[in-house]
Write a protein that binds this ligand. Structure first.
Ligand SMILES: *[C@@H]1O[C@H](CO)[C@@H](O)[C@H](O)[C@H]1NC(C)=O
Ligand SMILES: *[C@@H]1O[C@H](CO)[C@@H](O)[C@H](O)[C@H]1NC(C)=O
Ligand SMILES: *[C@@H]1O[C@H](CO)[C@@H](O)[C@H](O)[C@H]1NC(C)=O
Length: 162
């Protein structure tokens, strides 16, 4: 058998198992493909003083990405407000996560345009990761029960600051 055919048959043997063993990452963000955050007890409503929201959000421990649970509340002011970190768990070399939430000013169409942002430092690499996910939900306070939903990688953007 020539060296070439040996290499070819070797790669034919090893490639399929490699494909299974490699972690599946999302091409656009580099996040794990099934990475997601769960929002529970979403509650948003408007009064004369303006619109407000509150909810809990969880994210899973996955490689450098820290596990967290945070309580977020604020108004439809269009910029991020810090959430309260209730629980956090990080792998070695990853700093404490910081979570923030944003609600766009209400367009009076019943649609609540919200965003969650997670930021943490990868200490060994000296990089700060910031992941922002957006979702459109509703102003449910007076018309519907509390809502649960998830934000998946297709609605996330990632920025890294060294
Ligand atoms: C958020 O989670 C905390 C702790 O698990 C719980 O006490 C609280 O009631 C939750 N709040 C909402 C809005 O779900
Ligand atoms: C989100 O909810 C799903 C379905 O209940 C669950 O399987 C998953 O572990 C949850 N993820 C997080 C980060 O809480
Ligand atoms: C993430 O980046 C956005 C856009 O630069 C910024 O507004 C937000 O405050 C950052 N989030 C955190 C938690 O630092």
């Amino acid at each position: 058998m020539s060296l070439l055919t040996t290499l070819l048959s070797l790669s034919a043997l090893t490639l399929p198992s490699l494909a299974v063993a490699l972690p599946q990452t999302d091409a656009a963000t580099g996040l794990p493909q099934y990475y997601h955050w769960n929002i529970t007890n979403w509650h948003a409503g408007c009064a004369r003083s303006g619109c407000s929201y509150d909810f809990n959000v969880t994210g899973p421990l996955d490689g450098i990405y820290p596990e967290f649970k945070a309580y977020c509340s604020g108004g439809d002011i269009g910029f991020f407000e810090d959430c309260e970190l209730l629980e956090g768990l990080t792998n070695e070399g990853t700093g404490v996560p910081s979570v923030a939430a944003r609600l766009e000013p209400s367009a009076q169409d019943g649609v609540a345009r919200m965003a969650v942002s997670l930021s943490f430092q990868e200490e060994t690499a000296g990089i700060t990761h910031n992941i922002t996910g957006t979702h459109e939900t509703s102003y449910n306070a007076f018309v519907a029960p509390l809502e649960d939903f998830s934000i998946f990688v297709e609605d996330m953007t990632v920025t890294q600051v060294a």
